[in-house]
Write a protein that binds this ligand. Sequence first.
Ligand code: IPD
Ligand code: CA
Ligand code: CA
Length: 267
Amino acid sequence: MTTPSGLLQVMIGAARKAGRRLARDFGEVQELQVSKKGPSDFVTAADLKAEEILLEELTKARPGYGFLGEERGLVEGTDKTHTWVVDPLDGTTNFLHGLPHFAINIALERDKQIVAAVTFNPATDELFWAERGKGAFLGQERRLRVAARRQLGDALLATGIPFAGKPGHAQFLKELHQISQRVAGVRRFGSAALDMAYVAAGRFDGYWERDLKAWDVAAGWLLITEAGGTVSRIDGSAFGLEDAPSVLASNAELHPLVLERLKAAAG
Ligand code: IPD
Ligand code: CA
Ligand code: CA
């Protein structure tokens, strides 16, 4: 049994509180599917409410830290070295359609490094967390390690398919063409946060996606590195949260093999 630090307990407490609210709203959304108007306004309200709870809980515990949330942007704090990076609802389209695959994503950035991370799916009650230098965990029982598969032919990869309003549709098809013919399977589950947590947990052997936001990937970056995996940009360069980050994550052995395919798709 692993006990999270005081800092992690603050993050987990906030995630659980916002998660209770999201889970209640998710039940409601399932009812709204058949209504004429559809649940989208309701989901926007649920998203905003979850972010409000997270801002309130995190700020109460650590006054002064900055807060970068998807819905409200950056709320500057007096402590310029610490910023929470938060997606209150990752996997909105799943949530909207009554699919129980979405997450609350919280990371703490200290001097440009992510030092703590929580990814929580309130629908399944799975809580992934990590602290820099201390490892990545699922709940209190399971230490996470990335999968050990070394061959592309055995690998199950996750990705994100661009949707209406996003760039990169043609590029995505080239990448899929390069990759799908060589791997055991490709999945599009609809939550970048959970895609990354699943790589950390060894469920997916790898994950690639373009044009993400800091709050989609900050927590997963730490989860995967603490689980022994490698995270880079899609071109293989050093990972960072700035400018619509792209991600390629896997174990160290598969990383160059997937990278080679992505480079072939770019060329
Ligand atoms: C989205 C999800 C999705 C990814 C999109 C993200 P949202 O986040 O993570 O898997 O493909 O790029 O924007 O909108 O559900 O918070
Ligand atoms: Ca997101
Ligand atoms: Ca979101």
